[in-house]
Design a protein around this ligand. Structure first.
Ligand code: URA
Length: 271
């Protein structure tokens, strides 16, 4: 192999690793993977489990998780604006991802009074470094799609978890569960008209559904806050990172966005 071809092969391998979340050979601080893994717990109970007390008991979160959720709820409820919510998230120690190698908490970006809130899965390497969601390659694609749809200034963007999962793995349901009160509070404070859920991990955790994203995408669901006081239309769509890997799927995501925009701009009944 010529030196130039070897350079290209090495670059391509590094790009592949970076995409998979391997962006450092060694971290500055050791990571206790056993401690981080302990927290992984069963999925949150599905709503239908409530009708069956035995199943509801079996699916109930562990005491650690329940305590972290309760603390998150209290902190989130005290936050009277988005800055206070951001500070509360940064101070919250109840999500194990915070101690699994993440550099900082990544909360949100966008218009604080946006009619559309986008909820992604969780921060990746670029987001972890910069402290803002969706600023890496997937985020740039998302921004291009939003710009093409004329939505750039009409979105507020956050994630189901606020710390980068190690190796960019999918966040565990328990990790999403403890962050959920902050996501709910963000929804309450921004008061969007609707939600766009980017990718299967966001759709499943926000909607408490088990189906894959290919069956959920492009359909309307009702998102409900945990106390049932808030309800919003929510549409799952394909994650932009998936679109980078499968460009042929972009037309499906675009069609989802068009369906969503039609409803976003529909005059409210009685208005
Ligand atoms: N993927 C996500 O789901 N969220 C981000 O913030 C970045 C990439």
């Amino acid at each position: 192999m010529s030196p130039a071809a070897a350079d290209r092969a090495a670059e391509s391998l590094l790009a592949f690793w970076a995409e998979a979340g391997v962006d450092a050979m060694l971290l500055d601080e050791p990571v206790d993977r056993i401690e981080a893994g302990k927290f992984v717990a069963p999925r949150p109970p599905e709503r239908k489990a409530a009708t069956n007390p035995a199943a509801a008991r079996a699916a109930a979160p562990s005491p650690d998780i329940a305590a972290a959720v309760a603390e998150a709820r209290e902190l989130a409820a005290q936050a009277q604006d988005l800055d206070a919510l951001k500070a509360a998230i940064a101070a919250f120690d109840g999500c194990p991802l915070k101690f699994a190698g993440a550099r900082q908490a990544v909360f949100a970006r966008g218009a604080p009074d946006a009619p559309l809130m986008i909820v992604g899965e969780g921060p990746g390497g670029e987001e972890d470094a910069r402290g803002e969601p969706f600023v890496g390659r997937a985020g740039q694609l998302l921004d291009r799609m939003l710009a093409a749809a004329g939505l750039t200034d009409r979105v507020f963007i956050t994630n189901t978890v606020f710390w980068r999962p190690p190796g960019n793995r999918t966040p565990a349901p328990s990790e999403q569960l403890v962050c959920a009160p902050f996501v709910e509070r963000a929804i309450e404070l921004v008061a969007p008209k609707m939600l766009l859920l980017a990718g299967g991990a966001a759709a499943k955790s926000m909607l408490k559904r088990e189906e894959g994203i290919l069956s959920l995408r492009g359909r309307w669901f009702e998102w409900r806050s945990s106390d049932g006081r808030l309800e919003l239309p929510a549409m799952p769509t394909l994650h932009p990172a998936f679109l980078l890997r499968q460009p042929g799927a972009k037309k499906k995501a675009w069609s989802d966005l068009l369906t969503l925009m039609e409803r976003l701009d529909r005059p409210e009944r009685g208005a």
